[in-house]
Design a protein around this ligand. Structure first.
Ligand code: BJ8
Length: 425
């Protein structure tokens, strides 16, 4: 990092010693996992810079926005519509965390058998190491899985201004009405926070900004369908991980630049390696920064990940929002339509997700699917069983993984992943 950000972090109330330790671990992991890869697109230099400044320059930018009167909203789920946040003149940042931190303190507040993602969120708060969370003027929790739902009751005592959004559990007409009503309640809360009323113009502009960001990611995903794959799964995952941290317009430009470069690679049949690698689709729980354990193991074992059926991936970004509405209500309906298609495993039943996995496996020419489930995540671990069965019936090999954020099972995972990849060759 080029500047001394320590005064900024101290002002935000971070524990500087713990934060230094976190950045040290993160920097080393990034070096070993990302910078050691061969044949990376030059455009990834942008994401290397973003990651090197993820707690530095980006936080300074957010604090500058705050000083200029803009509000920062933090979220933990892709059901929080960025369109509404931008239209109310605020900035949305993702707060999901992908590393264990302050585990003893966390386990005094949450049961041990809580998924790593929720524990990590609490660990970053209790350990005072997340400058995004400390910069947020509002934090949005959503009643998705039971773990999150109940954890927000506790989180409410730890953060100021937690807005809890109720979520439907079924894809019914009533479910959709509930979602739309909750989005209206969220819009009002945002307007109260910022003092800015959402209008047809601001909403249209916001929809176009977020759609442009999604369209850039769609372009990147489409290029990964080429054989050989022109970019590693790790690098593509990183772009998806930065989706909710970066300035939207700058992110869109950076992804489009990488795509320009990858188009040339695809034309010249240049891949991430000269030899053909088995192609893997990863499906399941979101992989938040810096959770790179599974893709690192998969790609170091000689395969390439070509797609993520995940909220940090295609489940989160696949659909655009219709910007053609002529009233705020028509646009609220379009936003509800778009988000209601997200096929998170909290919905019951949830046949669309299985159909999407099969569609992705075919479109990305995957030789096999790895189902990634976080330990204690009932929705995804439960769905993993019918997913595996359905894929096997279609002769698509599937490996079901259940893991957490620790490295304790890395050796065992590696053995299972290597055997799976061998079976695909
Ligand atoms: S839309 S996947 S981002 S809820 S891993 S906390 S489900 S026990 S993260 Fe998610 Fe929104 Fe759904 Fe996507 Fe619960 Fe499972 Fe933990 Fe999870």
């Amino acid at each position: 990092m080029s500047e001394d950000y320590r005064p900024m972090w101290a002002d935000l109330g971070l524990d500087l010693k713990a934060h230094d330790a976190l950045l040290g671990v993160l920097g080393n992991a990034y070096q070993d996992i990302f910078l050691s890869q061969k044949e990376r697109p030059e455009g990834m230099g942008y994401f290397d810079f973003v990651m090197s400044e993820v707690h530095g320059l980006r936080i300074k930018e957010l604090l500058d926005e705050k000083a200029a009167g803009r509000k920062i909203v933090g979220c933990y789920c892709v059901f929080v519509p960025e369109e509404l946040v931008l239209a109310a003149n605020a900035t949305l940042v993702g707060l999901c965390a992908g590393a264990d931190f302050a585990t003893d303190a966390v386990e005094r507040l949450l049961p041990r058998n809580t998924c790593a993602l929720i524990k990590s969120t609490f660990g970053f708060k209790l350990g005072k190491v997340c400058p995004y969370l400390e910069s947020a003027d509002m934090v949005v929790g959503e009643n998705t899985c039971d773990g999150k739902k109940k954890a927000y009751e506790t989180l409410d005592h730890l953060v100021d201004n937690l807005f809890v959004m109720d979520m439907p559990q079924a894809k019914s007409a009533q479910g959709k009405s509930l979602l739309k009503a909750e989005y209206y309640r969220f819009k009002s809360a945002l307007e109260d926070l910022t003092g800015v009323a959402v209008t047809v113009q601001s909403l249209r502009q916001a929809i176009e900004t977020v759609n442009a960001k999604r369209a850039a990611i769609h372009r990147l995903s489409a290029l990964r369908k080429a054989d050989p794959a022109p970019i590693s799964g790790l690098d593509a995952l990183l772009a998806n991980q930065v989706f909710l941290y970066d300035n939207p317009a700058r992110f869109t430009d950076a992804v489009n630049k990488i795509c320009d470069e990858l188009e040339v690679r695809v034309e010249n049949k240049m891949g991430v390696s000269a030899a053909r690698k088995p192609r893997i689709l990863v499906s399941g729980c979101p992989q938040a920064v810096p959770n790179w354990k599974l893709p690192f193991i998969v790609e170091r074992s000689g395969a390439v990940i070509v797609g993520e059926e995940s909220c940090v991936g295609e489940r989160g970004t696949r659909n655009l929002t219709d910007a053609s509405g002529e009233s705020v209500d028509e646009m609220m309906e379009a936003i509800t339509d778009r988000y209601f298609k997200v096929d998170c495993a909290i919905f019951t039943p949830n046949p669309d997700r299985l159909a999407h996995i099969e569609e992705m496996a075919a479109a990305y020419k995957a030789d096999g699917v790895i189902h990634y489930g976080l330990q204690f995540c009932q929705p995804y671990l439960m769905e993993a069983i019918p997913v595996e069965k359905a894929l096997e019936e279609k002769n698509i090999p599937c490996l079901r993984i259940e893991t957490d954020y620790s490295n304790e099972d890395a050796g065992q995972l590696k053995t299972r992943v290597e055997a799976f990849i061998e079976q695909l060759r």
